[in-house]
Write a protein that binds this ligand. Structure first.
Ligand code: MG
Length: 367
């Protein structure tokens, strides 16, 4: 059923379910769900996925509840990636599975948390959220009797593996994998702009110095006169995401038509990479530079980040000194991977809120 459907709708260069290399532990096919659809569902139902709702993207819980969390970011990435996949006739199920998984290994406190844990883990090979995502889906999520992990398809695992070191991944990445990267970038450029203005870290007026924002504002103003500041921000951000998605569709469709790839393998072995046009890539670069200087390094964020990093490091030390503080159900894993690795994994799995609560319990409450 899934094969006939894919035959009708997918382009020759898409990844077809029937060509999947399968799973580590083989399973009989499902009567009506394809392998990548099953992967997507397994990720969606994992506890690590649910915990993304309690993990910050860029802005923390003290800043209100307007801004994106790691979960809503993930959903936005999946939506953008699916929109583009549908037009380019790529495998939407695979794209969605990859998108839902792409940030599942994020520790609490975003990249600040990642840097702190990487420093803690420097003697055991460091910590990377992309690598931890693989550990989660291959070792930590327990769903089946007899083996650990979600038993995902080799294509989904290879896609996530290629995120660990993009320079090593080189050209051999499925178009679906490349698309999720492009969608991730389009999404965070737009929503970080929105959140930063809404949280008063910058004004829309200040951001008009960025060419891409100025272009969006110009289109919005010419279409609507006298918008309230809130509507002006929303319309500009909608335009910002629309402009990038449009560019992804047009730029890549044109190129793919020219190249006429006959198979997924042919596309992934070529030098073609799905991404924005050169013009939009440059404009995005300028916007990202602005966000980096004016938003990601804003004193309000730096302060929260440093405090969070100090908490994580103190907790790591405490767990290493006293492994019994790690909950009892992790003890078998602790014996298997050692206390340093276990402490890092336990901390990386926490939500922001749970991490703060646990810190209070470890350090601030009288024992
Ligand atoms: Mg992301």
């Amino acid at each position: 059923m899934i094969d006939e459907r894919e035959q009708l709708i997918l382009a020759p260069y898409a990844m077809f379910s029937r060509d999947s290399a399968g799973r580590l532990h083989s399973e009989p096919p499902h009567p009506y769900r394809g392998p990548f659809q099953r992967d997507r569902d397994r990720i969606l139902h994992s506890s690590a996925y649910r915990r993304l709702s309690g993990k910050m993207q860029v802005f923390t819980g003290e800043m209100g509840d307007y801004h994106r969390t790691r979960l809503t970011h993930t959903q936005e990435v999946a939506t953008v990636a699916r929109t583009v996949a549908r037009v380019l006739r790529l495998n939407e199920d695979l794209v969605e599975a990859l998108a839902l998984m792409h940030d599942i290994g994020h520790p609490p406190y975003g990249h600040a948390g990642e840097d702190a844990l990487d420093e803690c883990a420097k003697n055991i090979g460091g910590f990377s959220h992309n690598r931890f995502a693989l550990t989660i889906v291959q070792e930590l999520e327990i769903r089946y009797n007899g083996f650990s992990g979600l038993n995902l398809t080799k294509e989904v695992l290879a896609g996530q593996t290629s995120r660990i070191d993009k320079s090593k991944a080189g050209l051999h990445r499925l178009l679906e994998v490349q698309l999720v990267d492009a969608a991730d970038s389009a999404t965070y450029d737009a929503h970080d702009t929105d959140d930063a203005i809404k949280l008063n870290l910058v004004t829309l007026g200040e951001m008009e110095s960025v060419e891409l924002i100025a272009r969006c504002l110009k289109i919005v103003r010419s279409a609507h006169a006298n918008l309230t500041p809130g509507l002006l921000r929303k319309a500009t951000v909608h335009r910002l995401i629309g402009m990038q998605v449009n560019d992804l569709v047009l730029n890549n469709m044109r190129e793919m038509e020219l190249r006429q790839f006959g198979s997924a393998h042919e596309a992934m072995s070529s030098d073609f990479v799905i991404g924005p046009s050169r013009e939009i890539a440059e404009l995005k670069g300028e916007l990202e530079k602005f966000l980096y200087q004016r938003v990601y390094r804003h004193p309000r964020l730096v302060e929260v980040r440093q405090a969070a990093q100090a908490r994580l490091k103190a907790m790591y030390e405490r767990y290493c000194e006293n492994p019994d503080l790690i909950p009892v159900h992790y003890q078998p894993r602790l014996r298997q991977v050692g206390v340093e690795q276990m402490a890092v994994e336990y901390l990386a799995g926490m939500t922001d809120h749970f991490c703060e609560e646990t810190y209070q319990r470890l350090f601030l409450q009288p024992t």
